[in-house]
Design a protein around this ligand. Structure first.
Ligand SMILES: NC(=O)c1ccc[n+]([C@@H]2O[C@H](COP(=O)([O-])OP(=O)(O)OC[C@H]3O[C@@H](n4cnc5c(N)ncnc54)[C@H](O)[C@@H]3O)[C@@H](O)[C@H]2O)c1
Ligand SMILES: O=c1ccn([C@@H]2O[C@H](COP(=O)(O)OP(=O)(O)O[C@H]3O[C@H](CO)[C@@H](O)[C@H](O)[C@H]3O)[C@@H](O)[C@H]2O)c(=O)[nH]1
Length: 328
C-alpha cells in the first residue's frame, strides 16, 4: 500500500513508519518538525516538510491510507496554551480529514490517548468507560475521536482510534527524543546515563500499593504491530462497502506499575543505583491508568509481547548506543 504517515519524524510515528517499510509498504512522512527530527525519518520513506493542515497539496487517490500521529502532546503545555492544541490537533486534523475526503482516501488510523478517560473510577479501563478528559490535550484528542465517528458515517471513512496508554521503549535507531522530556522512563534513564543525579518522583501519597502513581507501560514495538493490524482491519471495513466505520481500541497491556516499580526495573536492568527525590504530585496526574486490552485482543488478535524490563532494556540500549540523539 501507499501510506501517508503524519508525525513520522517523531518518536512513535518513526517506529511505525520503519515497520511499515519493512512490511513492504510505500511510506510518505508528513511532518512539520515542530517536535520531530528529520534524521528520525526512516531510510526509504519519502519526506514532506509541512503541516497536516497543508495535506491537501499532497494527498491524492494514489494513497491507500493515512496513519495520523502528528500532534502536540504535552499536558502541561496544553493547560498553558489550549488554543495551540485546538488549532493543531483538532483544526489540523479536520483539514487532514477534508483532504482525505477530497482525494478519496478512505482509511485512517489515528493516535488517540488514555487521557480521553480523565480520572476513571474503575480499572482496568474499557472502551465504554465515560470519556471525561481533565486537560486540553485530552479534550483535543477526544474531539478528534468524535470528528472521526461523524465523518466515518457521512463520508464512508473506515477509521480507527487507538487509545494508547504509556508508550515506551525503542526499536533499532528509533527511540524517545523529546525536548523537554517529561516521560518517566527516559527521565529515570538519565541517571545511569550520567545526565542527572536523581529522578523526581511526583506524588508519594496516592492510594496505591506504594503511594506512587500507577501506569500501564506499552512497548512501542507492540504498538507498531497493533497499527499493522488496525490498518488491515480498515481494509476489511472498507471492502464490505458499509457506510463507513469508526472503532475505538485501547492499547495497553492490562498490567500497571508504580513509579517506584519502574525505578526498580531501571536499577535491575542497568545495574546502576538510581537515587530518587520525593516531590509533590504533578498537576493533572490521575492516580491509576491501566487498560483493558480485551477488545483489541478479541477483535484484531493483538496481544502485547514485551514486559516492563524489556521496555526498559530497549530504551537503555537506545540511550547508550545513540548518545548523539539525546536532546536534553
Ligand atoms: N508517547 C505516548 O506515551 C503517547 C500516549 C498517548 C498518545 N500519544 C500520541 O501519539 C502520537 C505520537 O506521539 P509521540 O510521543 O511520538 O510525539 P512526538 O512529539 O515525538 O511526535 C509527534 C510528531 O508530530 C509532528 N507534528 C506535530 N504537529 C504537527 C503538524 N501540525 N503537522 C505536521 N507534523 C506535526 C512533530 O514534529 C513530531 O514529529 C501523538 O499524537 C500523541 O498524542 C502518545
Ligand atoms: O520525571 C518523572 C516523570 C514522570 N513521573 C510520573 O510518572 C508517571 C508517568 O508519567 P509520564 O511518563 O509523563 O506519562 P503520563 O503523564 O502518564 O502520560 C503519558 O501517558 C498518557 C496515557 O496514559 C498519554 O495520554 C500521554 O500522552 C503520555 O504522555 C506519572 O505519575 C508522573 O507523575 C515522575 O514521577 N517523574
Amino acid at each position: 500500500m501507499k501510506l501517508l504517515v503524519t508525525g513520522g519524524a517523531g518518536y512513535i510515528g518513526s517506529v511505525v513508519a520503519a515497520r511499515l517499510l519493512t512490511a513492504g509498504h510505500t511510506v510518505v512522512v508528513l511532518d512539520d518538525l515542530s517536535t520531530g527530527h528529520r534524521d528520525a525519518v526512516p531510510d526509504g520513506a519519502g519526506f514532506v516538510h509541512a503541516g497536516i493542515a497543508d495535506a491537501t497539496d499532497l494527498l491524492d487517490a494514489s494513497f491507500d491510507a493515512v496513519l495520523h500521529f502528528a500532534a502536540k502532546s504535552l499536558v502541561g503545555e496544553s493547560v498553558a496554551e489550549p488554543e495551540r492544541y485546538w488549532w493543531n490537533n483538532v483544526a489540523g486534523t479536520l483539514r487532514l480529514v477534508e483532504a482525505m475526503t477530497a482525494a478519496r482516501v478512505r482509511r485512517l488510523v489515528f493516535s488517540s490517548t488514555a487521557a480521553a478517560y480523565g480520572r476513571p473510577d474503575r480499572t482496568p479501563i474499557t472502551e465504554d468507560a465515560p470519556a471525561a478528559p481533565i486537560n486540553p490535550y485530552g479534550h483535543s484528542k477526544l474531539a478528534v475521536d468524535h470528528l472521526l465517528a461523524g465523518t466515518a458515517s457521512a463520508r464512508g471513512l473506515a477509521a480507527m482510534s487507538l487509545r494508547y496508554f504509556n508508550v515506551a521503549g525503542a526499536v533499532g535507531r528509533h527511540g524517545e527524543r523529546h525536548d523537554p522530556e517529561t516521560h518517566l522512563i527516559p527521565n529515570i534513564l538519565d541517571v545511569p546515563a550520567g545526565h542527572r543525579d536523581a529522578v523526581d518522583v511526583f506524588g508519594t501519597d496516592y492510594p496505591t500499593r506504594d503511594g506512587t502513581a500507577v501506569r500501564d507501560y506499552l512497548h512501542v514495538d507492540d504498538l507498531a504491530r497493533a497499527h499493522e493490524l488496525a490498518l488491515d482491519a480498515t481494509g476489511s471495513a472498507e471492502s464490505v462497502g458499509t457506510h463507513g466505520s469508526h472503532r475505538i481500541y485501547n492499547l495497553g497491556t492490562g498490567t500497571g506499575y508504580t513509579v517506584r516499580e519502574v525505578v526498580e526495573s531501571v536499577r535491575r536492568v542497568t545495574g546502576h543505583p538510581v537515587p530518587t527525590r520525593e516531590r509533590d504530585r504533578r498537576a493533572g496526574d490521575p492516580p491509576v491508568l491501566v487498560a483493558s486490552a480485551e477488545r483489541i485482543g478479541t477483535e484484531l488478535g493483538w496481544h502485547p509481547q514485551h514486559d516492563l524490563d524489556r521496555i526498559v532494556a530497549d530504551a537503555w540500549r537506545f540511550t547508550t548506543t545513540h548518545p548523539e540523539t539525546i536532546t536534553r
